[in-house]
Write a protein that binds this ligand. Structure first.
Ligand code: NAG
Ligand code: NAG
Ligand code: NAG
Length: 829
C-alpha cells in the first residue's frame, strides 16, 4: 500500500515537471483582447476553451486553447460577436461583450533566414591565399592590428581573419570599431538577443556573455534556446558577431562585453501569438532584438507581420527599456537578384525596425542585398571572395563563411550595443537619428540624393555604411528627441485606371502649417504611404513619393517575377529619406505601369502619414496600439489625379541583372565573381537551409505518439528514464508480490491489498488495458535512446556533414530551381 502511493507520487512529480506547451498539431489557440474588467477564466468557460494565460506583454490580451477533437462553440460565438459589434448591437452586459477582438491562431510558413553561402574560394580569394592576383595585406596595418591586439589583450585565434573589425587589405573597409574599444567601450551594460534558431550557450566563445534571463525557446518551450536541429546554426553565428567573448576562443564580437541571449522561433512552425510573445520577451532586460529573417525574398512575396506582432512591437517601442523603446534590427533581405525590394517586406519597412543591408569587403554592392527607401544603413558581409568570420555551434567551433544580409544585421546590433553602452538613455528614435547623421556614403558615383538636411541618401545603401566610431561619438553628445508625433492625411480616393507606358498617374495632397500644428508635429522622420491599387500583374507597378522639397523616394519598384493578380491591398510603404524635412507643402505619389502589355489596373486610394518629432512634449500622447481598424476610411476626400510623363522607375531587372531564365528562383545563392570587379550574376538554386521537415523528429527521441512535454531531449530522457525506473521497480515489486500471493493462494487465503496494488500497477504501466504491450515498447525505445547516449553529438556531426555538402549543393547540377517552387510560394500568400 505504501509502496504504491509512493510510486504514484513519483510519477506525478515526473509528469508535472513537464511544462504544458503550445502543440500546434493537437490544439487550436485563440488570442482574445478583453476588457480589463472581464475575467478570462469566465470567458474561457463560456466559450468552452481552456485558459492558457496572458499573451506575452500585450495589455489585456489572453491566450485560450482547445484540444482539436473537443466540440465547442467558440468560433461561432466569436463570429457572432464580431457581427454584433459591427452592427453595434451589444448590451455590454454579458461576459462575451467584454471580448474586444479575437483571432483563431493559424500556423504560418516558417520565416526564411537571410543567410547565403558565399561561393567557394576562387582565384579572387580568400584574399590572403597567396595566389597571384590576391590582394596583399598592408604591412603597416598588420603591425597596427598587432599593437591593438596586444593593447586590448585580444588573443582570439581568428581575430586576424575578422576583417570586418580591422581590414588590413582594403584599408578603411571595416566597421571602424577599434577606436571605440580603446576608450573602454566594449558593450558593458548592453543586451542584445538573437530572435532566431537558437544560440549555443555552451559554446566557449559565448557562454560568459550568455544572458539566460532574456532567453527562451519558443519552438520547444524550454528556458534554454539551444540549437536542436542540425540546421540550427544561424542564430549562434549571428550571436558571435555581436558578442563573442574576448577569451582566446575563435574571434571577438563587436560588443565583446555585451550580454547576448536567444529567442528560438525559426525551427518549427509557429503562430502570430508565439511570434508576438517572442518579439517583446523580457523587453525591460533585452534592449536589442536582432532579426536576420523574414518572408521569402523571391521577388514575388508581399508579406507583413500580423496585427498581434505589430501590437507586440509597438508595445515594446512604448514600454520597453523603461519607455525608451526596444531596438529591432532587421536584415534587408537577399532578394536583389530576384528583383526584390525591402519595401515589400512589412518587417523591414516598419518604422520600428532598423533595416541593415550588406556590402562586401571591398565596399561594393552585393548581388543579394535588397534596396529600398526604408533602408537606413549598410554594413559588411559576404562578397568579393570572403565572408564574415564568427563563432559556430560547438564548444570551440569557428565559422568562416557567414554571409548574406543575415551577417550584416548583427554587426549593426553590435554597434548599437556599443552606443547603448556609451549612452543608455537613447530612445529608439534617437538611435535611428544617429544613423541618419553618421552613415558614411560609399561608391558616390552611384545613385545618391542629397536630403533636405544635407545628408546623402541612396536606395542601395540608405544613409551609407555604419561607422562604429562615428555612431558612438554621436551617441555621447546628441540631443535627445522630443516624443513622437504623427500626422495622417485623409484617405484620398482616386478610382482611376492607370495608364500604361510613359504616362504615370500623379495624386497630390497639400499638408499645411495648420495641419501640422494641430497634430503637434514639428519635423519629419519617417514617411509612410498606405495604398490600394488593383492590378492584374502586381510586378508591373511602381510607385514614387515626391516630397515638398522635391526629393523622390522610390516606394515600390517593378518586380519581374511578381505575377500576382493582386495589386496592393492596404499596403504601407515607408521612406526614411525625408528625415528632417518640415513636412509642409505638396506631397505626391506617382503610380506607374511602364510595361505595356495586357495587364492593367486601377489606382484606388492612398493615405499619407508623417511621423516625427512633436512640438510640445508635454501634450503629446502615445500612439494608440494598432487595431484592425487603422486603415478604415474615417475621413475620405475625392481627388482627381493628373497624368504626368514618367521614366521607368528603378528596378533590379535593370543593367546589373539581365533577366536570365535560370534566375527564376526564390533566392540566388551562387553568384560567382565573373571578372575582377564585376558584379556577380545570380544563378543557381536555393540553399537547402530550410530544414526538411523530418528534422523536426530531432526533438523527439521517441516516436511522435509519446509526448515530449515540450522539453529538451535531455529532459525527455530524464522523464522517461525516471518513468522506466518506476516501471521496472513496479514490475519487480509486482513479481515479488505475485510470487508472494501465489504462495499465499496456495495457502488459500484472501488478501485484497495485493489486488489494489495490481490495479495501480497496471495504471502506472500505461493506461489500463493497453498497459502490457505499451510497456514492452517503451522499455525497448528507452533502451535505444540510452544506447544512443550521445544523440546530440550525432546531431551535430550530421549537420557538419551537411555543411561539407553545401558546396556540392551549389554545383551546376542544381541550377534547376523549379518553377513549382515559385508557384507554391505564391500560393502561400
Ligand atoms: C574612425 O575612427 C577613428 C578613430 O579611431 C576616427 O578618427 C575616424 O574619424 C573614424 N572614421 C569616421 C568615418 O568617422
Ligand atoms: C470608380 O469609377 C467607376 C467608373 O470609372 C465607377 O463606375 C465606380 O462606381 C467608381 N467606384 C467608386 C468606389 O467610386
Ligand atoms: C484593362 O484592359 C481591358 C481590356 O484590355 C479593359 O476592358 C479594361 O477596362 C481595362 N481596365 C482598366 C482598369 O484599365
Amino acid at each position: 500500500m505504501h509502496t504504491s502511493k509512493c510510486l504514484g507520487f513519483l510519477a506525478l512529480v515526473c509528469l508535472s515537471a513537464a511544462k504544458l506547451h503550445r502543440n500546434h498539431e493537437t490544439h487550436d489557440y485563440y488570442a482574445i483582447h478583453l476588457q480589463p474588467d472581464k475575467s478570462p477564466q469566465q470567458v474561457a468557460s463560456v466559450l468552452g476553451l481552456d485558459y492558457e494565460g496572458k499573451l506575452g506583454e500585450l495589455q489585456d490580451h489572453h491566450t485560450f486553447s482547445s484540444p482539436r477533437h473537443r466540440k465547442h462553440g467558440a468560433e461561432g460565438l466569436l463570429e457572432d460577436l464580431r457581427l454584433r459589434r459591427r452592427k453595434r448591437e451589444f448590451t455590454g452586459a454579458g461576459i462575451l461583450d467584454g471580448v474586444l477582438w479575437s483571432q483563431k491562431q493559424k500556423t504560418k510558413p516558417r520565416m526564411e533566414k537571410r543567410s547565403i553561402l558565399p561561393p567557394p574560394p576562387t582565384r579572387q580569394g580568400p584574399p590572403d591565399n597567396g595566389l597571384p592576383g590576391a590582394p596583399v595585406a598592408d604591412a603597416g596595418a598588420v603591425a597596427e592590428r598587432a599593437d591593438l591586439a596586444r593593447e586590448l589583450t585580444i588573443e582570439d585565434p581568428i581575430f586576424n581573419e575578422q576583417w570586418h573589425l580591422f581590414n588590413t587589405m582594403q584599408l578603411g573597409h571595416d566597421i571602424n570599431v577599434t577606436g571605440v574599444w580603446k576608450q573602454g567601450i566594449t558593450g558593458e551594460g548592453a543586451t542584445a538577443v538573437m530572435v532566431d534558431d537558437g544560440i549555443d550557450m555552451y559554446s566557449d566563445d559565448l557562454k560568459d556573455n550568455y544572458f539566460a534571463a532574456g532567453s527562451y525557446d519558443f519552438n520547444d518551450d524550454n528556458p534554454e534556446p539551444k540549437p536542436r536541429l542540425g540546421d540550427d546554426r544561424h542564430g549562434t553565428r549571428c550571436a558571435g558577431e555581436i558578442a563573442a567573448v574576448k577569451n582566446g576562443v575563435c574571434g571577438v564580437g563587436v560588443a565583446y562585453n555585451a550580454k547576448i541571449g536567444g529567442l528560438r522561433i525559426l525551427s518549427k512552425v509557429i503562430t502570430d501569438e508565439d511570434e508576438a510573445t517572442a518579439m517583446n520577451y523580457k523587453f525591460q532586460d533585452n534592449q536589442i532584438y536582432s532579426c536576420s529573417w523574414g518572408p521569402p525574398d523571391d521577388g514575388q512575396s508581399m508579406d507583413a507581420p500580423g496585427l498581434l506582432i505589430r501590437k507586440a512591437m509597438v508595445t515594446a517601442i512604448q514600454q520597453g527599456r523603461q519607455g525608451r523603446g526596444n531596438i529591432y534590427v532587421f536584415a534587408a533581405g537577399n532578394g536583389r537578384g530576384s528583383g526584390d525590394n525591402c519595401n515589400f517586406d512589412g518587417y523591414t519597412n516598419s518604422i520600428y525596425t532598423i533595416t541593415v543591408g550588406g556590402i562586401d569587403r571591398k565596399g561594393k554592392q552585393t548581388y543579394y542585398s535588397e534596396h529600398c527607401a526604408a533602408q537606413l544603413v549598410v554594413t559588411y558581409s559576404s562578397g568579393s571572395g570572403d565572408a564574415i568570420h564568427t563563432t559556430d555551434v560547438g564548444v570551440n567551433q569557428c565559422y568562416a563563411n557567414h554571409g548574406g544580409t543575415s551577417a550584416a544585421a548583427p554587426l549593426g546590433a553590435g554597434i548599437f550595443a556599443l552606443a547603448f553602452s556609451a549612452r543608455p538613455e537613447l530612445t529608439w528614435r534617437d538611435l535611428q537619428h544617429i544613423l541618419v547623421l553618421t552613415g558614411v556614403p560609399i561608391n558616390e558615383d552611384e545613385d545618391w540624393d542629397t536630403t533636405y538636411i544635407g545628408r546623402k541618401f541612396s536606395h542601395a545603401y540608405g544613409y551609407g555604411k555604419l561607422d562604429a566610431y562615428a555612431v558612438v561619438e554621436k551617441a555621447k553628445t546628441i540631443d535627445l528627441l522630443k516624443p513622437q508625433a504623427w500626422y495622417n492625411s485623409p484617405w484620398l480616393h482616386i478610382n482611376h485606371s492607370i495608364p500604361q507606358g510613359t504616362d504615370g498617374l500623379l495624386s497630390s495632397f497639400e499638408v499645411t502649417k495648420e495641419h501640422l500644428k494641430l497634430a503637434n508635429f514639428e519635423k519629419v522622420e519617417h514617411v509612410t504611404v498606405t495604398m490600394n491599387v488593383q492590378h492584374t500583374r502586381r510586378g508591373d507597378l511602381s510607385v514614387e513619393l515626391r516630397s515638398p522639397t522635391g526629393l523622390v523616394s522610390h516606394l515600390s519598384v517593378t518586380r519581374r517575377l511578381d505575377e500576382a493578380n493582386a495589386g496592393y491591398v492596404d499596403w504601407t510603404f515607408m521612406s526614411v529619406a525625408h528625415w528632417g524635412e518640415s513636412g509642409i507643402g505638396k506631397w505626391s505619389v506617382v503610380v506607374k505601369d511602364t510595361n505595356v502589355n495586357e495587364h492593367n489596373g486601377t489606382f484606388t486610394d492612398w493615405k499619407l502619414t508623417l511621423w516625427g518629432e512633436c512640438i510640445d512634449a508635454a501634450s503629446q500622447p502615445l500612439l494608440p496600439i494598432p487595431t484592425e481598424h487603422d486603415d478604415d476610411d474615417h475621413t475620405v476626400i475625392s481627388a482627381s489625379p493628373t497624368f504626368i510623363s514618367v521614366k521607368p522607375g528603378p528596378s533590379e531587372t535593370a543593367t546589373d541583372f539581365p533577366a536570365n531564365p535560370t534566375d527564376h528562383q526564390h533566392r540566388p545563392v551562387n553568384a560567382k565573381p565573373t571578372a575582377p570587379g564585376a558584379i556577380s550574376t545570380a544563378s543557381s538554386t536555393a540553399l537547402p537551409d530550410a530544414p526538411p521537415d523530418e528534422d523536426e523528429t530531432d526533438t523527439y527521441f521517441l516516436p511522435h505518439y509519446f509526448p515530449t512535454f515540450g522539453v529538451s531531449k535531455r529532459t525527455q530522457i530524464w522523464i522517461y528514464g525516471a518513468f522506466a525506473i518506476i516501471v521496472l521497480f513496479c514490475a519487480g515489486l509486482g513479481t515479488y508480490f505475485f510470487i508472494q500471493r501465489r504462495k499465499r493462494r496456495r495457502s488459500e487465503r484472501e488478501d485484497y491489498e495485493f489486488e489494489i496494488l495490481d490495479d495501480e500497477d497496471a495504471m502506472l504501466n500505461g493506461n489500463g488495458a493497453a498497459g502490457g504491450k505499451r510497456k514492452g515498447r517503451r522499455a525497448g525505445e528507452l533502451y535505444d535512446a540510452f544506447a544512443g547516449g550521445s544523440d546530440e553529438e550525432q546531431l551535430l556531426s550530421e549537420s557538419e556533414k551537411e555543411d561539407e555538402e553545401e558546396y556540392r549543393d551549389i554545383g551546376p547540377a542544381s541550377t534547376e530551381p523549379g518553377r513549382g517552387r515559385s508557384q507554391s510560394r505564391q500560393g502561400e500568400m
